[in-house]
Design a protein around this ligand. Sequence first.
Ligand code: NAP
Length: 280
Amino acid sequence: MTPIPATTLPSGEKLPVLGQGTWAMGEDRHARKAEVAALRLGLDLGLTVIDTAEMYADGGAEKVVAEAIAGRRDEVFLISKVLPEHAARRAATAACERSLKRLKTDRIDLYLLHWRETTPLEETLDAFLELRRAGKIRHFGVSNFDLDDMKELLRLAGGAAVAANEVMYNLNRRGIEFSLKRWCRRKGIPVIAYSPLDQGSLARSRELKRIADRLGVSAAQLALAWLARQPGVIAIPKAGDPAHLRENRAALDVRLSRATLASLDRAFPSPRGKRALETT
Ligand code: NAP
């Protein structure tokens, strides 16, 4: 296995470009053992970025993560998210404390605002800066922020320390390529690509499979290889099936020629104009 390529956070810290999602984990207690085992297998494979949120299974996913990282906390780069309804100053601090408790850890590596609603950004930013000072989070970031939101954040005192923007990005949904992705790259802010398999649909795409067949890889591997080769992008597929995890890890060994990239562009074109940010 080749080593996992890394991307760099604004702090200079390096992160592997392939991680693990946890949406839909923690919903069914009968699935818990398998979910914990999947995340642990992912860690064994070097997929040490784990993305979770207070929203997933009402905190249930964070509890699954706690079990998976028990005894291995230092291997993991842990991402969690605060809901917009907890985005006000004191509520965000309290939400973070609850997440830490469920995660059974003393720190979250990257704490994101899950999406923006009506709470003034300054308030959430204040809470994030305070949590960082207290060592409860190491970095803060945002999710589902389009270009105008990012620009607004960077105008606020302390906002330029934003460590990442987590947005939907995959071959079917390339809207961020028009402006947001380039802007983030210029600012050195990594993009965390969520739903990198378009919630599994790319793994079943006939069009993608036709291109993948020529390379002797699966459609899912091609979708992930396409993301992982892009500078400043980290993909966080969710995989509960051990075979999927191994397959996804092996996607990093797939090399894409110019001809393959051109075929992908024809089948899954990049937008020609600005589109509203796509979300799940
Ligand atoms: P995804 O990762 O695009 O797709 C997950 C689906 O793909 C699962 O059904 C999984 O099945 C399947 N899969 C994984 N590897 C596969 C493979 N090699 N072959 C075939 N199928 C495969 O979708 P997602 O869960 O929406 O996104 C990933 C993560 O991003 C989430 O889990 C969450 O952590 C994060 N997210 C964040 C936001 C946000 O607003 N910030 C929104 C959505 C998602 P198995 O489980 O059976 O392996």
